[in-house]
Every structure is written in C-alpha cells, then in structure tokens.
Write a protein that binds this ligand. Sequence first.
Ligand SMILES: NC(=O)C1=CN([C@@H]2O[C@H](COP(=O)(O)OP(=O)(O)OC[C@H]3O[C@@H](n4cnc5c(N)ncnc54)[C@H](OP(=O)(O)O)[C@@H]3O)[C@@H](O)[C@H]2O)C=CC1
Ligand SMILES: Nc1nc(=O)c2c([nH]1)NC[C@@H]1CN(c3ccc(C(=O)N[C@@H](CCC(=O)O)C(=O)O)cc3)C=[N+]21
Length: 296
Amino acid sequence: MTAKIIDGKAFAATIREKVAGHVARLKEEHGITPGLAVVLVGEDPASQVYVRSKGKQTVEVGMNSFEHKLDADTSEADLLALIDTLNKDDSVHGILVQLPLPKHLDEDLVINSISPEKDVDGFHISNVGLLGTGQKSMVPCTPLGSLMMLRDHHGSLSGMNAVVIGRSNIVGKPMAQLLLGDSCTVTIAHSRTKDLAEVVRRADIVVAAVGRPEMVPGDWIKEGATVIDVGINRIERDGKNVLVGDVDFASAKEVAGAITPVPGGVGPMTIACLLANTVTACCRSNDLSEPEGLTA
Ligand SMILES: NC(=O)C1=CN([C@@H]2O[C@H](COP(=O)(O)OP(=O)(O)OC[C@H]3O[C@@H](n4cnc5c(N)ncnc54)[C@H](OP(=O)(O)O)[C@@H]3O)[C@@H](O)[C@H]2O)C=CC1
Ligand SMILES: Nc1nc(=O)c2c([nH]1)NC[C@@H]1CN(c3ccc(C(=O)N[C@@H](CCC(=O)O)C(=O)O)cc3)C=[N+]21
C-alpha cells in the first residue's frame, strides 16, 4: 500500500482563508481588529524563523501583529512586566511567548502569568485543566492542527487505537487529551516505554512527537494506519541541510494508509491554528459568537 499524503500546507491555507473571513467580519461589523503579540527572548535562529513566519501570516489574514524581541539576558521581572502590559492591552487578543526560554527564566511562571483568555498556545495551567476536564479552553496549536487533519481524514475517530510517542506539555499530553476526547483508546509512550515497536504496531493512529530524526521505521507501522509526524529535525544529508520528521517517511509511506510529510504537514497547521485561536480569543473576549470549525 502506498499511503495518502495528508497535505498540511493546503489544509492550513483553507483554515487561514476561514480566519481571514472572520477577521473581515469582525472589522466590518464590530470595528475590531484581532491582534496577536509574539514575545521572543534571545536569538535562537530556528525560533527567529518561526516568529517571522507567524508575523507574516498574521498580517496576511488581516490581523495586527505585535513582535517583542528581548535580549537573551532579559530579567524575569522585565519579561513579566511586558506580559502584564500585554494582558492589559485591549488591542492584544492573543499572547505567545516563544519556547524554549533561556535557562535563567522560569517557564511555568512566565506562561502562567499570561491571562488565560489570551493564552493562544493553550499552555496556561487553567487551559490545561479545562482541556483535561473536557471544558471549553484554548487548545494547543500543534495538537489541534493534528486533530483537524485526523478528523478530516477519518470522520469519526471513535474506538480507534491511538499511540502518542512523546509526553511533553506542549505536544504529547494535550494530543492524548484531544484523542481521548474523540473516544480513541490512547496510549502515551515515552523514553522509558518498553518495546516501543510492539506498542506502535497496535496503533490505528500514530502521533510521533519525539524530536529524534526518523526514529520510527516503516516496519513499526500497522498496515493502513494513519501517521501524524510532528517532529521537526534539521539534519545534514548529502552535504545539505534538510528538515526531517520523527518518522522514516520513505519506509512508513509504503505501509501506512495516510501520513503527514515534513515539511508541509503539522508545521503549517500549527501556525494556522495559532491564527484561529487568536480569532477565537478575540470573539470570546468581546462576547461575540465564536467561529465554527476553528476549535476542537
Ligand atoms: N510541527 C510543529 O508545529 C511542532 C513540532 N515540534 C517538534 O516535535 C518534536 C517534539 O517536541 P516536544 O514535545 O517539544 O519535545 P520534548 O523534548 O519536550 O519531548 C520529547 C518526548 O519524546 C520522548 N522521547 C525521547 N526519546 C525517546 C525515545 N527514544 N523513545 C520514545 N520516546 C522518546 C521524551 O520522553 P521522556 O519524557 O521520557 O523524556 C519526551 O516525552 C520536536 O522535533 C519538535 O521540534 C514541537 C512543537 C511544534
Ligand atoms: N510558545 C510556543 N508555541 C509554539 O507553537 C512553538 C514554540 N513555542 N516553540 C517552537 C515550536 C515549533 N513550532 C513550529 C511551528 C511551525 C513550524 C513550521 O511551519 N514548519 C514548516 C517548515 C519551516 C522550516 O522550513 O523551518 C513545515 O513543517 O512545513 C515548525 C515548528 C512551534 N512551536
């Protein structure tokens, strides 16, 4: 079997189009322009690329983009003061603090200082708790984008065996919560999991979020399974810098039923969902009906 390639880039474009429609409506009918503030501390080159791309796409859908670039040695107090200002700023509906932060800053403290209503990453402890108890929340962008692709491909996910490899707070755990919410039987695997190959072979849905280039080979994948490759790994191959996922795409696509590529899979969906969350946050904060099809 040769897998269907799930085109995240094309799917993301359809989401951005919907977002742009809602932004236009908010402007025309209510005189409100949704705004997204992105805070970058330090000069990590990969983070700079993402931040630039987020800013560009934010403007393209008609929203305001506010970029705050702080020195790598910024104090915690200064960062918290900036977040406090953004929390109080009515033109800012979404706040994203790019992770990872430099080591001297307490990530949990910083994230939990963002107003939960503006926490478009869905990382604030309130949003984590709301998601975990099945209540309305801000849903983390990468898991949300992955869920949208899965629902689009399968319709219902009910009763499917899903294996999430990785248990981070930003991808693995919220992904597992969303799959559980859609009535999958969910297994979360991690670095201590015994016989990962056998665990993965049982899965109808595999979500790989590890950060190890091509670690999941095709012979771990059940015939016809759906593979969502979250990994973004920069490696050198044949003297060139290339981007690869956590799944060995060449061998996996021969057995999977459907698979997301890297690049062009989960990555573009993550940014599209960030824009979607910003519109959702803007509607909620203004007591307006929120857009359909842009949340989980
Ligand atoms: N496409 C996108 O939009 C995004 C992509 N990413 C990418 O996704 C990947 C994961 O990111 P993130 O969740 O932040 O990473 P983390 O490093 O926070 O988490 C990695 C997880 O993988 C587990 N792990 C490590 N080695 C193994 C192994 N040999 N076998 C099984 N599990 C293992 C770890 O287990 P343990 O807990 O036991 O240490 C951990 O739970 C990265 O490549 C990242 O770049 C991330 C965010 C967004
Ligand atoms: N607070 C916070 N929220 C995040 O959501 C967040 C973060 N911090 N820190 C870093 C990770 C990583 N991440 C990606 C987003 C888009 C692509 C993406 O668009 N990738 C393109 C390729 C881009 C390229 O060529 O480098 C693709 O896969 O096609 C990748 C990775 C969001 N993250």
